[in-house]
Design a protein around this ligand. Structure first.
Ligand code: NIG
Ligand code: FE
Length: 409
């Protein structure tokens, strides 16, 4: 069967397959039924382009895989712009949380929203991501914190995934915070997670992963262990908000459970990094939240890379600590603040991220057999995608070989 889609005239076809991002100069690509068939130079590909094949002329620009954003809180109601203003005036994230704002404010708004309202909000956030060049995103629940509201969030994630075009991977984050009605009795809330939420979620296949916020003042290592044991029994993969604001032993706990990922890791020390290496846990670094909270301690990405870890970069998109859906911004922060190279950052945001979500054989690079999820960037060199901070370099996005026709801003 002949190919139905050809992409030609790519100044750099950034395949992310092989060393140096597998860049093919004057590259071209063939796809059929939404899957990549061949990537090579234009000269090699051209003889295979038959008359009724759709031909996309990339105009001498950069073509690369869509970003895979492996840590987001894409579904929530309302926003926290008023809290943002308070933080601009000097209030801290923790002070606002203690006063009843923060995550708990978004929980109140999300509980009050109908499924349709949440779906609409999620659609808008997904649209922002697409315009930033993201084609796959992990999405966490965690603003419901009751059986019905967590199920509501996970159903919205499923609906968003079914209606496309963004590909979504659902994660259950019931242990994001102790809800108001359980204040002072966290173990009763853990009972609810373990005895009611997890069994329902597993039975309805509403989540692939389970996550928890292991942090001083939120869930202890012991409490998180209870959630992880129950989640593992139900067949869910594990991810963990670890060592974000304090070194509470999150990285070591993620290692103990051989979790897929340990996320944040701003406070993780050398022993924590060694534990991740020994257990094969991928670090997911979220510099957007450090930046947006006005903090200065970024995770030690260089030490993690030097230790051989396949580092992942993600937005942590949420209405509080990281209100950005933009992977290019995250890559810029990774390079300027954590001293990653642009090539390391792109690999972290595509193939490494795909592996961390169990999607390493379908997305994250441009290789035969993978889904044709790719982006044309308005530039001639891959480093420009990272370097022109704030510039809308994303010119066009394809998911499964289908053009999304991003409206020009
Ligand atoms: O990943 N750390 C906990 N959860 C989010 C913040 C969520 C919020 O502020 O609404 C995070 O940073
Ligand atoms: Fe998060």
């Amino acid at each position: 069967m002949p190919s139905d889609l050809a992409v030609i005239n790519c100044r750099q076809l950034v395949t992310v397959a092989g060393p140096c991002l597998g860049i093919i100069h004057d590259g071209a690509m063939l796809a059929r039924d939404g899957r990549i068939e061949r990537v090579d130079t234009r000269a090699e590909i051209e003889p295979f382009i038959l008359p009724d094949c759709d031909v996309v002329d990339a105009g001498g620009r950069v073509v690369m895989p869509g970003f895979v954003d492996a840590h987001t809180h894409l579904v929530f109601a309302g926003n926290r712009a008023a809290e943002f203003e308070q933080r601009c005036a000097g209030a801290t994230y923790r002070e606002i949380a203690v006063a009843g704002g923060g995550i708990r404010a978004t929980v109140r708004a999300t509980r009050a929203a109908t499924e349709d309202e949440l779906f609409k909000a999620g659609r808008q956030h997904a649209e922002w991501m697409l315009r930033s060049g993201t084609t796959t995103a992990e999405v966490k629940s965690g603003y419901g914190l009751s059986l019905d509201d967590e199920l509501k969030m996970l159903r919205v994630i499923r609906r968003l995934n079914d209606s496309g075009p963004l590909r979504l991977v659902p994660t259950f984050l019931g242990a994001h915070e102790v809800p108001d009605e359980y204040r002072g009795r966290p173990s009763d809330y853990l009972d609810l997670i373990v005895n009611e939420m997890l069994p329902r979620i597993a039975a309805e296949h509403l989540a692939e992963y389970c996550d928890a916020f292991c942090e001083e003042g939120v869930f202890t290592v012991e409490e998180t262990r209870r959630v992880f044991e129950a989640a593992r029994k139900r067949g869910l993969g594990l991810r963990l908000h670890a060592d974000q604001l304090s070194n509470a032993g999150g990285a070591r706990l993620a290692a103990e459970f051989h979790a897929a990922t340990a996320d944040h890791l701003e406070q993780t020390d050398a022993a924590g990094i060694a534990a991740l290496v020994a257990a094969g846990v991928q670090p997911v670094l979220l510099p957007g939240s450090v930046f947006a909270l006005g903090l200065h301690r970024y995770p030690d990405a260089r030490a993690m890379i030097d230790a051989g870890l396949a580092v992942v970069l993600a937005t942590d998109f949420n209405p509080g600590s990281s209100p950005t859906p933009s992977m290019p911004l995250i890559l810029f922060l990774a390079c300027t603040q954590m001293k990653m190279t642009p090539a390391e950052a792109i690999a972290a945001a595509t193939i490494n991220a795909a592996h961390s979500l169990g999607r390493g054989s379908s997305v994250g690079s441009l290789e035969p057999g993978k889904l044709a999820d790719f982006v044309i960037h308005d530039c001639a060199d891959y480093r420009e995608v990272v370097y022109w901070v704030g510039a809308p370099t994303v010119a066009d996005v394809w998911i499964g070989g289908r053009n999304l026709r991003i409206p020009k801003s």
